[in-house]
Design a protein around this ligand. Structure first.
Ligand SMILES: Nc1ncnc2c1ncn2[C@@H]1O[C@H](COP(=O)(O)OP(=O)(O)OP(=O)(O)O)[C@@H](O)[C@H]1O
Length: 260
């Protein structure tokens, strides 16, 4: 259902009962005197793909960094998997982060490690798994899931942009996160590779039952991957609905996206 922003978003306590895995209320963040987030409200539901659509520089990345505690907001509430993130100790925050997969704009692979070593790294560091057979099995399953089992012994420098993106997603999936945050998953990719990444996002949801936030200004990615879209305009969630609802709403701030 198409909705425009009102000042009476449901309270977090109420929305928690409704299969909500991430709940954000009135989130604000400024850098110096530049207000970036200016009262964002959103709910992410279990197994939902929620797209946040907005122009460059509207604070989409800042928003998801606030969710994982990489940026501290000025005010507001963020509840992830039933935990109020601002009350967590560093240890509790690290535990929560293990349940959140973060796919960065760059794939953030370690250039000095092979693909195998890149994928083994979080297993050793975060899960304390060192047994070779177990590592092999988990690495190969994650690579299979992104269609790149054959690249296991390659170096990042030998991979295309799309392959790096997939390996980055595999490295995130290997920890079996409940929530995936995709920051501009198709940035810098050609249309065919972009479509493959969009399909991968759908298959990740299918296999891992993840709930995902996909932040993008790529309208075809938004159309393919979204169950619901939030239009982030001037630091606020201005409008939300399905792709068709937003397209038909002809909102002046979002209409230019639909013309390409
Ligand atoms: N740590 C920071 N310190 C100061 N300013 C920052 C910081 N992080 C982000 N900003 C500023 O906040 C604004 C929003 O940045 P953000 O990366 O969230 O944009 P975005 O909507 O994700 O855009 P893009 O699609 O280009 O990545 C930008 O003007 C950016 O320069």
């Amino acid at each position: 259902m198409l909705a425009t922003k009102s000042n009476n978003a449901p309270a977090i306590e109420q929305s928690r009962t409704d299969n909500v895995v991430v709940s954000i209320r009135n989130l604000k963040k400024a850098f110096g005197d530049r207000e970036i987030l200016n009262g964002v409200d959103l709910d992410l539901h279990e197994s939902e793909n929620l797209v946040i659509l907005g122009r460059s520089g509207t604070g989409k990345s800042v928003l998801i960094k606030c969710m994982v505690g990489l940026i501290v907001p000025d005010s507001g509430q963020i509840n992830v998997l039933g935990r109020d993130v601002f009350t967590l100790s560093a240890r509790e925050m690290n535990e929560l982060r293990l349940q959140i997969g973060f796919s960065f704009q760059g794939s953030a692979l370690y250039d000095a490690m092979t693909v195998r070593e890149n994928l083994e790294f979080p297993l050793k560091r975060n899960l304390g798994i060192f047994e070779k057979r177990k590592l092999d099995e988990m690495v190969m399953t994650a690579l299979d899931d992104v269609g790149l089992a054959h690249a296991v012994d390659q170096w990042p420098a030998e991979l295309s942009g799309g392959m790096k993106k997939r390996i980055g997603i595999a490295r995130t999936l290997i920890l079996k996160p409940k929530i995936m945050l995709y920051d501009e998953p198709t940035a810098g990719l050609d249309p065919i590779t972009s479509m493959e990444i969009n399909e991968l996002i759908l298959s990740v949801r299918e296999k891992y039952k993840t709930s995902s936030i996909i932040i993008t200004h790529d309208i075809s990615s938004a159309r393919t991957t979204s169950d619901r879209i939030i239009g982030l305009i001037n630091g606020k969630n201005k409008i939300e609905g399905t792709f068709e609802e937003l397209k038909n709403a002809r909102d002046p701030d979002l209409e230019p996206f639909f013309k390409y």
